[in-house]
Design a protein around this ligand. Structure first.
Ligand code: WT7
Length: 654
């Protein structure tokens, strides 16, 4: 019986984790959200989201909460509101104009303090400038900028006038930028001469020049001067300091429809042309704002909140711009990289601004682990009270390291699962309620109905693994793929009838708590078992010498696929002759012999996307001795050479 049942499992559940972290008593006692929220939402999901929407200021109340014509949703039908008013003006009107919205820290050490009153003026001027440049409601504006204050100002100016922004991360190439400009038919591009990265000015304008060459839709390029680098002056170019600065700082925000588009954000996807994920106004702001309030327990009067993401990703849209500003938060924005001018830069910023809530990514956490515990230990980070993680599954060991070495063993860590497509956090512990398990995203938030199902679309029992799905529409869900409803249906709603399928594997542990297991495309088939990359990687990272690991399945004549691991050692660890055997045995002991890697390769770096996700596809090419596939989405193209050099030393045995 047993083996047969096992081979039918959609995804194996191998990792055991017994550690639990109870919420700190003081945090629990004063938490923004209590356990009642789960019951309340379970009893009346739409009523729950209505109350969340009531946290915003509406010019006209909606008449229908949800209009669901699967898979097309409309939330807060006929409601009217202005997103920029909600994020800025209403706080000024409430008497909080002097409150800091952003502490901005430039990489070279320059800084700016922007209050809500300042932001209102800046956004109004920018909105007036956009209007003067002929941008109106529904027009698309491409934004390709460094992390400077004019970036959130640009987003808010678009939102204010109802123009649809499409932010393209500043690390993308001219070709990538052009295809996104074309797909959205953008009328205006907002950029800068450059930004500071790794201690030097890094130009952006030349990339825009190349991207918009012979591009007919673009009427103007609006350029912020940041670095003072020489820029080519083209006919369509206008300087921000010429056009925006002379505008009136008064601007009346018109209410927009709850379902008017707010922005398009392209996800790279693994294949094919990028998908323009479309988000709208009322539902998006409702969920971005409520989740920011709930998941981070944000207290706008006292917290200093810092999300280290780039505004070029959805994390920055929802949790640097819209969520925090809608909540009247004080945030930190940092322009540069964590290792400039030294590897303690993040912790120096935490110390300087007395950051209380920090939201970052597992890739960064594992890098800090690799750099060593002594670096954060030099800084006073006693202000921190909640830590968050997003972007990939966080390995239990990285979670515990984060809690211990950044949070002094006191702070809850919230592992937040969501996607560009979901618009806001979906599955996460709540810091005042959940006894969190390291590595688990735990439970869907109140108002979110998610499940793990097998390939027959049956809910898996506790202890089982399978496909993560969302069973009911949620306010900040994508409405479609820009210009391609059919692709929206095919990509997200066709694999399981009636369910949203995000493409991730997950398991329910014995208590029914959720663990994310990576993309289902990455799952490895070893002797009839579907093994998740995440579990094997987490087992490797739980070895004291390992900082980071990536595993892939490579064709194997005996086992269908065999596990090949790429491992980065921690700062202090040396390679030692027996490290491969030691690590293979460690995995076998932790997860069972089935998960024992065939090969361990010690490498200096891993191939990652620009947002820090490991590109296992390229590692599969290495493991299969194939020529390396498309590397255009790779952040650093020299990495694959470093890995290839390591190949002859591949340690394989048994
Ligand atoms: C994919 C979405 C969400 C903003 C940043 C990424 C993975 C994200 C987690 C997490 C496990 C996670 C998933 C998801 N992911 N957060 N906490 N645990 N996996 O947005 O680029 O759209 O990527 O990132 O695979 O589907 P994105």
């Amino acid at each position: 019986m047993a083996p047969e049942r096992e081979t039918q499992e959609t995804l194996s559940n191998l990792l055991r984790e017994d550690r639990r972290f109870e919420p700190p008593a003081d945090l629990a006692a004063a938490a923004n959200v209590t356990a009642e929220a789960y019951e309340e939402a379970a009893r009346d999901r739409l009523g729950f989201w209505e109350r969340a929407a009531e946290r915003l200021t509406w010019a006209q109340r909606w008449d229908t909460t949800l209009d669901w014509q699967p898979p097309f949703a409309k939330w807060f039908v006929n409601g009217k509101l202005n997103v920029a008013y909600n994020c800025v003006d209403r706080h000024v009107e409430a008497g909080n104009g002097d409150k800091v919205a952003y502490h901005w820290e430039g990489e070279p050490g320059d800084s700016r303090t922007i209050t809500y009153a300042d932001l209102q003026k800046e956004v109004s001027k920018a909105a007036n400038a956009l209007t003067e440049l002929g941008v109106g409601k529904g027009d698309r504006v491409a934004i390709y900028m460094p992390m400077i204050p004019e970036l959130p100002v640009s987003l808010l100016a678009c939102a204010r006038i109802g123009a649809i922004h499409s932010v393209v991360f500043g690390g993308f190439s001219a070709t990538a930028l052009r295809s996104r400009i074309d797909d959205a038919d953008a009328k205006l591009v907002i950029t800068a001469d450059g930004g500071y990265r790794r201690g030097a000015p890094s130009a952006l304008k030349p990339t825009v020049d190349e991207a918009v060459k012979d591009c007919e839709s673009v009427e103007h390029v609006l350029v912020v001067r940041r670095t003072g680098q020489d820029v080519e002056q083209n006919e369509r170019d206008v300087w921000w300091h010429d056009v925006v600065e002379r505008q009136s700082d008064q601007h009346t925000p018109e209410p927009h429809d709850a379902e008017d588009p707010l922005y398009i954000l392209y996800t790279s996807g693994t294949t094919g042309k990028p998908k323009g994920i479309l988000h709208t106004t009322g539902g998006y702001l409702t969920q971005a704002s409520w989740t920011h309030h709930a998941v981070f327990d944000l207290k706008p009067e006292t917290d200093i909140y810092w999300c280290t993401a780039d505004i070029g990703w959805v994390t920055g849209h929802s949790y640097i711009v819209y969520g925090p500003l809608a909540n009247g938060a004080t945030s930190v924005i940092y322009e540069g990289t964590p290792d400039t001018p030294h590897r303690g830069r993040f912790w120096e910023i935490v110390q300087k601004y007395k950051v209380t809530i920090l939201y970052t990514a597992p890739t960064a956490i594992r890098t800090f682990m690799k750099w060593g515990d002594d670096i954060p230990a030099k800084f006073d980070m006693s202000s921190l009270r909640v830590l968050g993680s997003v972007g990939e599954p966080i390995n239990p060991e990285a979670y515990v390291w984060y809690r211990q070495h950044i949070g002094a063993g006191r702070t809850p860590v919230v592992d937040t699962w969501w996607q560009t497509e979901t618009g806001a956090i979906m599955i996460s512990p709540l810091p005042g309620i959940t006894a969190a398990k390291p590595g688990a995203a735990m439970q869907p938030l109140p108002g979110i109905v998610a499940d793990v199902i097998d390939d027959q679309a049956q809910s898996v029992p506790n202890g089982g693994g399978g496909f993560l799905v969302v069973r009911e529409p949620w306010p900040s869900m994508l409405r479609t793929i820009w210009g391609d409803d059919q692709r929206y249906i095919d990509t997200y709603w066709s694999r399981f009838d009636g369910f949203y399928f995000p493409g991730d594997g997950a398991k329910k542990d014995e208590d029914g708590d959720l663990w994310l297991l990576g993309r289902v495309d990455d799952v490895m088939l070893v002797s009839g078992h579907n093994i998740s990359t995440t579990e094997v990687e987490s087992a490797l990272v739980s070895h004291p010498k390992v900082a980071e690991a990536a595993v892939v399945g490579a064709t194997d004549p005996v086992t269908t696929q065999a596990i090949v691991s790429f491992v980065i050692l921690r700062g202090a660890a040396d390679e030692g002759a027996d490290i491969a055997k030691e690590l293979r045995d460690h995995v076998a002991k932790t997860l069972g012999p089935i998960a024992k890697p065939r090969q361990i390769l010690i490498v200096p770096e891993l191939p990652k996307t620009r947002s820090g996700k490991i590109m296992r596809r390229l590692l599969r090419d290495v493991a299969e001795n194939r020529s390396i596939g498309d590397v255009t989405t790779l952040a650093d193209s020299s990495v694959m050479n470093l890995i290839a050099e390591k190949l002859p030393s591949a340690a394989s045995e048994d």
